[in-house]
Design a protein around this ligand. Structure first.
Ligand code: FAD
Ligand code: EPU
Length: 349
């Protein structure tokens, strides 16, 4: 029997909806109710229904940074809103983008329009609305640098808020939104992008790839092309094998233990941070602890990149989570460093 679907004008409600195609780890899970949101102005109406407004709520973009360990006994709000508004003053542009736009489409659009800045962040899966949640980053850049403000529905205060850059408290894979989970529904993100800025090519591999491409005076689209090449050569494609990108964050630890680790393990990549602490490579430690390529049933650690938890087929959320726990324990035992998951783990309840 098909789940019941009701078009409410601006959003569609689906009862007992499958989430299997709404998470890139391809885990089977269901939502008691799914609301496909095409018009953010309808949020007050939707949340005004007591059965929804007083229930558990989960906002979902493309599900590329979540692990479901059970069915979701509440309402999943899938952000499918669209729209881009540009105010340009010639040298730069303020661009407001609806939460449901695809991040990678937006990056490619900015490059096509001749704006610089987002080239290092090309090919990251997911929606624009999710980008500020963990402050997506790659190849030496973080999205926070280009975010002027975030527009959101504040569930607690029941109103629209504009959160400026400072209020968003961005950090490495971190923001206000991670510290107040469930409070905000991001409806749009406002970016400021210049026409030109110094390119960031110092992340390992970019300059070498530009040289292989025969480019000696790179433009933003050359850097984007180099990053696309590096990403596709390193990371498994979720269309081919279920994954959520890096499953663990790179731990940030004090300088003294980082120095000691580096002395004992010279191969470990250590990146000094502005605050004096050091980020250490989780992938290197996971590989050195023997987990790269391991497989337990259909749950596995990618043999291409040790940070990536993969679903070879029918792994359940709890099976994937159990393997992740083994990795955390193995790395803690060998290096005395505690790994933290990057994706949001969503349990039953
Ligand atoms: P979802 O997975 O749907 O949601 C993630 C979290 O954000 C959840 O807590 C959800 O509730 C919340 N959320 C989503 N939308 C909203 C909203 N509108 N309002 C409020 N909360 C919301 N990340 C990086 O930073 N750098 C990378 O290089 C990178 N590479 C990746 C490579 C692969 C192959 C994959 C699969 C993932 C990668 N990721 C990377 C992780 C992922 O792409 C990002 O975290 C992305 O921003 C998630 O977007 P999403 O729409 O899929 O969010
Ligand atoms: N490495 C290993 N074994 C591996 C893979 C990598 O030892 O199997 C070592 C590499 O040799 C290198 C180091 O780990 O010295 C770093 O590798 P990489 O450049 O691939 O970066 P990462 O730290 O593993 C981070 C982000 C990625 C982002 C890349 C590129 C985190 C948690 N992950 O990965 O983000 O794309 O840098 O900037 O910060 C994501 O968040 O989902 C994600 C994919």
């Amino acid at each position: 029997m098909l789940p019941e679907r009701t078009d409410m004008g601006g959003y569609t409600l689906i009862e007992n909806a499958s989430l299997a195609n709404r998470n890139t780890l391809r885990v089977a899970a269901r939502a008691k109710l799914l609301a496909e949101m095409r018009d953010a102005s309808k949020l007050p109406e939707l949340l005004g229904f007591p059965a929804i407004g007083n229930d558990r709520l989960l906002v979902l973009g493309e599900g590329s940074n979540v692990l479901f360990t059970g069915d979701f006994d509440g309402t999943v709000l899938a952000m499918e809103t669209r729209g881009v508004q540009v105010e340009s003053d010639g040298d730069s542009a303020r661009i407001a983008v609806a939460a449901g736009e695809r991040w990678d489409d937006f990056v490619r659009w900015t490059l096509g329009q001749g704006y610089a800045g987002l080239e290092n962040l090309i090919l990251i899966p997911g929606t624009v609305g999710a980008a500020p949640i963990q402050n997506i980053g790659a190849y030496g850049c973080e999205v926070a640098e280009f975010i002027e403000s975030v527009e959101a529905w504040d569930i607690r205060e029941r109103g629209v808020v504009t959160l400026d850059h400072a209020t968003c408290a961005f950090g490495y894979r971190d923001s206000l939104f991670k510290h107040e989970p469930g409070r905000y529904i991001v409806t749009a993100v406002r970016f400021v992008l210049p026409r030109s800025r110094p390119l960031r090519t110092d992340y390992a591999g970019i300059n070498e790839q530009l040289a292989r491409m025969g480019v000696d005076k790179p433009a933003p689209f050359h850097v984007a092309e180099a990053v696309v090449h590096l990403r596709t050569s390193k990371l498994p494609d979720p269309m081919v094998i279920g994954n959520a990108g890096s499953f663990f964050k790179n731990p940030i630890i004090d300088a003294a233990p980082a120095d000691a680790l580096k002395r004992e393990h010279p191969g470990l990549a250590v990146w000094p941070q502005p605050d004096g602490r050091c980020k250490v490579s989780a992938a290197w430690m996971i590989e050195a602890a023997g987990f790269k390529g391991v497989r337990e049933g259909d749950a596995g650690i990618s043999n291409r990149h040790a940070l990536v938890l993969v679903n070879h087929g029918k792994a359940s959320g709890p099976e994937l989570w159990a393997l992740a726990q083994q990795v955390i324990a193995g790395v803690a035992a060998k290096f005395a460093v505690r790994l933290e998951p990057e994706p949001v783990v969503i349990g039953a309840g």
